[in-house]
Write a protein that binds this ligand. Structure first.
Ligand code: NDP
Length: 406
């Protein structure tokens, strides 16, 4: 018996609403709250049609902490699932603290004025959450989220020591548009136009955006161009995986996507600083977002599969060992189930699973936590149960994989 409030009615919010509605024993009452009530109502109508459940909707501006706190005090939910934008993380963490509600999100806080993904702002809430006996679970999406849990599972069951982790994210789906982003374009473009960064032997190393590439032969989707990027889960994993010596993150992009992005960058359309346009202050990146296809509309058009996983090298029983733990998801199957493409699906399902583990008590713990700090086993079980089955394959410990250590 528990009540949950989902904040954010975009691509991910829709999936979370559908998936929570499917688990009627855990999520007995669901309220979907976001800035634009029409988007909440559209999702609620789809949930009623596909899952046969009523969910309530409400208009809120999460940036107004006092109003959100009052809303939470009135509703008294057991948990708030934040799938608005990373800019709302701190205001929602403040409102949850003030109203005495547990908190979960899928992306770390980013100040709107500086594209900088760092946990420091949210980790600064640790003591306050502990003292208030409240829980905040950070990054319960796919990456971050499932990728952290894959690493925790590998640490617990597959290795004695983990030396290197490469997180690889491939989307081999096609939506038929010349250029569109699969989730919020502003967040996506901010992420990939920053310098790439990886962690090695205790130090962060920077590379020019999209300057390091490998062709990785993925299970299911085959060889893909994968580019080294900074991604937030590395920041907590390099602290929490014992013996780790290097961690990198790779995402696949087609040549077509990168050419569009290069042009947009060259003409200044990816800038987030505001400019004066005919007497109005606009940020080119926000304007670009307005003219690009809405990620939530890509569902019916997207065909193909994703494959996201962790290529992990280490030692087991004195022998070098390498595995790839991954999930592959089919865009059209996701659409049939929850009217969304696989990118929002692979984020929304883990958000629901993290929420269910908190509400069922298996992951409930005072304080602020990253995913790999909690027991991976029940999460891995629920991934198989609720739509994101995973596989572990043994890989050859070849020269490339082990270049640094063997
Ligand atoms: P969308 O842009 O599609 O949706 C965001 C929603 O948040 C919109 O409904 C928007 O309202 C709402 N919102 C924005 N600001 C406010 C506010 N101040 N108050 C209330 N609601 C607000 O994004 P996505 O659904 O694609 O992504 C949601 C989150 O998931 C993001 O944080 C993203 O970074 C994260 N994510 C995480 C991934 C992972 O694997 N960990 C992968 C993909 C995404 P409106 O409709 O009015 O604009």
């Amino acid at each position: 018996m528990s009540k949950v409030i989902i904040v954010g009615a975009g691509g991910v919010g829709g999936v979370v609403a559908h998936k929570c509605a499917q688990l009627s024993e855990t999520f007995t009452e669901i309220v979907l709250a976001s800035r634009t009530i029409a988007k909440c109502n559209k999702i609620a109508a789809d949930v009623k049609e596909l899952q046969g459940r009523e969910i309530r909707t409400e208009a809120i501006d999460a940036d107004d902490v006092a109003a959100t706190t009052a809303f939470l005090e009135k509703e008294k939910p057991d948990l708030l699932i934040n799938v608005a934008l990373p800019y709302q993380d701190l205001v929602l963490m403040d409102a949850c603290l003030a109203a005495g509600v547990d908190y979960l999100d899928t992306a770390n806080y980013e100040p709107p004025e500086t594209p900088k993904f760092e946990y420091k702002w949210q980790w600064a809430y640790r003591e306050r959450y502990e003292q208030a006996k409240r829980m905040a679970l950070l990054g319960s999406g796919f990456d971050p989220g499932v990728t952290n849990v894959f690493c925790a599972y590998a640490q617990k069951h597959l290795f004695d020591e983990i030396h290197t982790i490469d997180i690889l994210d491939a989307n081999a789906g096609d939506h038929g548009y010349p250029f569109a982003t699969n989730f919020n374009p502003e967040i996506n473009i901010r992420e990939i136009t920053q310098n790439g960064r990886y962690w090695e032997k205790g130090e962060w190393k920077e590379v020019e955006p999209m300057s390091v590439k490998q062709v990785y032969d993925f299970p299911v989707v085959g060889p893909q161009d994968a580019y080294l990027l900074y991604h937030e889960e590395m920041e907590s994993l390099c602290e929490n995986i014992k013996g780790l010596q290097r961690i990198r993150f790779w995402m696949t992009f087609s040549e077509k996507y990168l050419t569009h992005l290069r042009v947009l960058e060259n003409v200044g359309m990816t800038n987030h600083e505001t400019i004066d346009f005919q007497g109005q202050q606009i940020a080119p990146l926000e304007f670009l977002r307005a003219v690009l296809p809405d990620p939530a509309s890509l569902g019916p058009r997207t065909k193909g599969k994703t494959c996201i996983g962790c290529d992990i090298v280490g030692v087991k029983d004195g022998e070098p060992k390498r595995v790839f733990i991954y999930n592959s998801c089919d865009h059209q199957e996701c659409y049939k189930e929850v009217r969304s493409q696989a990118i929002s699906y692979t984020t929304g399902v883990p958000a629901m699973i993290g929420a269910s583990l908190i509400l069922d008590g298996l992951w409930r713990k005072d304080g602020v936590w990253n995913m790999e700090q909690l027991d991976p086993d029940p999460f891995m079980e629920r991934l198989n149960q609720y739509g994101l089955p995973w596989e572990v394959i043994e890989m050859p410990v070849d020269a490339e994989a082990s270049d640094v250590f063997y």
